[in-house]
Ligand binder design. Structure first.
Ligand SMILES: [Mg+2]
Length: 256
């Protein structure tokens, strides 16, 4: 991990600098239900330290901002929810989405759980006796029913319907522009994070600044995510260790 820490410290010495991270599966272990997931204590300490050192620490999640804030609760962090659709916790409900969610909810049965999130919704099938069958049923039900301007995406045992224009790549671009960042490290574990990895790589390739995309690979992490990353960590525990050592590295002076 030493080489990775050195690389990340070098990236974040380009100021203003930002650490941007996903939450579930990256800073918190994947849990049987979204409610059961919790920020790992070591990660909490690292985020606190980094938020006093860097110009930006941001969390970009599929959760709503309200949900994310309740889980993390740290001041001095920018919270972005719904994969980039929820910037201030004030995301409005969308009638077409609410109707579709209600229609789906009546047909899902107990094998899947629907979570309405304002302008989008998620259908979780973790815990279903036959996850492959549950997934197929959800996709069949939604086939041809996605409202215009929305997309269907999949994550770890979850199917989501959300606004098409919002994705984590767009969120990263907005953060870079808004905070005039010159150095960015992004951490994530799932398909929606691959958009952010590619945004970082494109920005770096254009000469926008120094960037590093780090995949936190768990047993369910798709290969596409790992392929889009610059570096790979193998667990949430490692991600927390990485962030703590990053905070320590950044607090040291480079000058003799
Ligand atoms: Mg995740």
């Amino acid at each position: 991990m030493n080489a990775l820490i050195g690389r990340a410290v070098a990236v974040l010495r380009n100021r203003p600098a930002g650490l941007i991270s996903d939450f579930d599966g990256t800073l918190s272990e994947i849990a049987p239900t979204p409610e059961a997931a919790d920020l790992r204590p070591e990660c909490r300490a690292a985020l606190e330290a980094l938020s006093t050192t860097l110009e930006l620490v941001a969390l970009v999640s599929g959760r709503t901002v309200a949900d994310l804030k309740a889980k993390v609760g740290l001041p001095g962090i920018v919270y972005i929810g719904l994969h980039g659709a929820d910037w201030d916790g004030g995301s409005a409900a969308d009638p077409a989405i609410t109707r579709l969610a209600e229609w789906l909810g009546d047909r899902l049965g107990p094998a899947a759980r629907l979570e309405l999130k304002g302008p989008g919704f998620a259908v979780h099938y973790r815990g279903s006796p036959d996850p492959a069958e549950a997934r197929r049923r959800i996709l069949d039900l939604l086939s041809g029913r996605i409202p215009p301007g929305h997309v269907l995406t999949e994550g770890k045992q979850v199917v989501e319907v959300r606004p098409a224009k919002a994705n984590k790549g767009e969120a990263v671009r907005r953060l870079i522009a808004g905070f005039k960042l010159r150095g960015v490290v992004y951490l994530g574990d799932d398909l929606t994070d691959a958009d952010a990895f590619r945004a970082v790589a494109q920005w770096r390739a254009r000469g926008g600044g120094a960037g590093l995309a780090v995949a936190v690979a768990g047993p369910e992490t798709p290969l596409e995510v790992i392929a889009a990353a610059d570096e790979v960590l193998v667990s949430v525990e490692d991600a927390c260790q990485f962030l703590n050592r990053l905070a320590l590295g950044l607090s040291r002076r480079t000058d003799p």
